[in-house]
Design a protein around this ligand. Structure first.
Ligand SMILES: [Zn+2]
Length: 371
């Protein structure tokens, strides 16, 4: 549960500890024997790892399982509040800062307006960091593992710098350095749509929503509209212009153009107000707006050959009615709602940190492709 160096002899144990812990996240009430079977790990090692996790206060024995042959193995669960991560989602209109537990559930959260016109990036970073200090105040700082930051822009490969972002008027923001210096806390940053894809895969109980032969169009729908393509284990398209596809003759966009997708279907476009949640707007979404989204999907399909769309972000709250109407406008496509629910973005930013320092799911997935 720390940074791992592959050359260390303890690497195998570190990897298997992350695997056991991840297994307990995605399955309820497992016994040691079941964990060993699921992970194809020997029982002795599994037992040692579980005992170590119990001693470290991260896992607890929750009771006895019923069993047909009379033996009653003990079942195990993660202690969700044993550790926390900070989740920072920098959206186009609002930024959400939350303290989340090991199951990515927000414990305390704050929302602040995203300063897109601040003369100095430092002022906005200071506001974010002050908000972080407030949300983490109720818990012992020792229990906070690090901060995950999600932003709808292009992030450097090492996860330290926001290279560009359509709604932030600056280039190359060293956001992680700011966290390290002021909060004395490690941090890591990821494109918000990619972060949602990770959370969908890793935190939503292996739903299988993202398994498909053709590329999946994964749409983050909220106060802006972002899209990533998911193909097998990979995700593409960071910093694409999906939000600014021309889908309508009307609608003045933040980019200055007329008729962009974002200017017709984002929460601010639907409500005229940047502080309204998409989940409260679905009854106001008319066929024209759904047609705009369908047009953008149709253009993407022409290029990618996708046949499935997953709606996520605040869009994970899309009503059955809107989902059905959208599907009618996209013949031949499967349109599905994300399993992440209304806290999708908060969970996604939390997952950025949890994946790096706790569950290591993305690294384990990469290792499987090497073998
Ligand atoms: Zn635009």
């Amino acid at each position: 549960m720390t940074d791992m160096k592959l050359s260390q002899p303890k690497a195998a144990r570190t990897i298997n500890t992350a695997r056991v812990f991840g297994c307990l996240r995605t399955h309820d009430n497992l016994s040691k024997a079941e964990i060993a079977r699921i992970l194809d790990l020997n029982k002795v090692s599994t037992g040692e790892i579980v005992d170590d996790l119990i001693n470290r206060g991260l896992v607890t024995e929750t009771g006895k399982l019923e069993s047909a042959n009379g033996r009653r193995p003990t079942c195990l669960s993660i202690i969700a509040d044993a550790k926390y991560v900070l989740s920072v989602d920098i959206g186009s209109r609002n930024t959400t800062v939350a303290l989340c537990n090991l199951l990515s559930e927000p414990v305390h959260l704050e929302r602040l307006p995203t300063k897109t016109d601040a003369p100095k990036v430092e002022e906005f970073c200071v506001e974010i960091i002050k908000s972080c200090m407030r949300v983490m105040r109720p818990v012992d700082k020792e229990k906070i593992i690090g901060a995950g930051i999600a932003v709808g822009g292009k992030v450097s490969a090492n996860g330290r710098i926001i290279e560009s972002c359509p709604y932030l008027p600056w280039k190359d923001i060293p956001i992680v350095e700011a966290f390290e210096q002021v909060l004395k806390m490690r941090a890591t940053c990821r494109n918000s749509t990619y972060a949602l894809v990770d959370a969908e895969r890793y935190a939503s109980f292996g739903s299988g929503l993202l398994s498909s032969d053709a590329p999946i169009i994964y749409i983050e729908w909220g106060n802006s509209v972002n899209m990533a393509l998911v193909c097998e284990d990979r995700v593409f398209g960071e910093g694409n212009s999906f939000a600014h596809l021309k889908v309508s003759p009307t609608g003045l966009c933040s980019c200055g153009q007329i008729g962009c997708l974002e200017a017709n279907v984002s929460a601010w476009a639907l409500s005229g107000n940047s502080d309204v949640h998409l989940k409260d707007l679905w009854s106001r979404v008319e066929k024209d707006s759904l047609q705009c989204m369908a047009n953008a999907i149709a253009m993407t399909v022409q290029i990618t050959g996708s046949n499935k769309v997953v709606i996520s972000g605040e869009g994970a709250t899309i009503t059955d009615y809107c989902l059905r109407e959208l599907a009618k406008l996209c013949p031949g496509m499967t349109i599905e709602r994300s399993h992440l629910g209304e806290k999708a973005n908060i969970m996604a930013a939390a997952e950025v940190a949890l994946d790096k320092w706790v569950y290591m799911t993305s690294m384990l997935a990469k290792m499987r492709t090497w073998l």
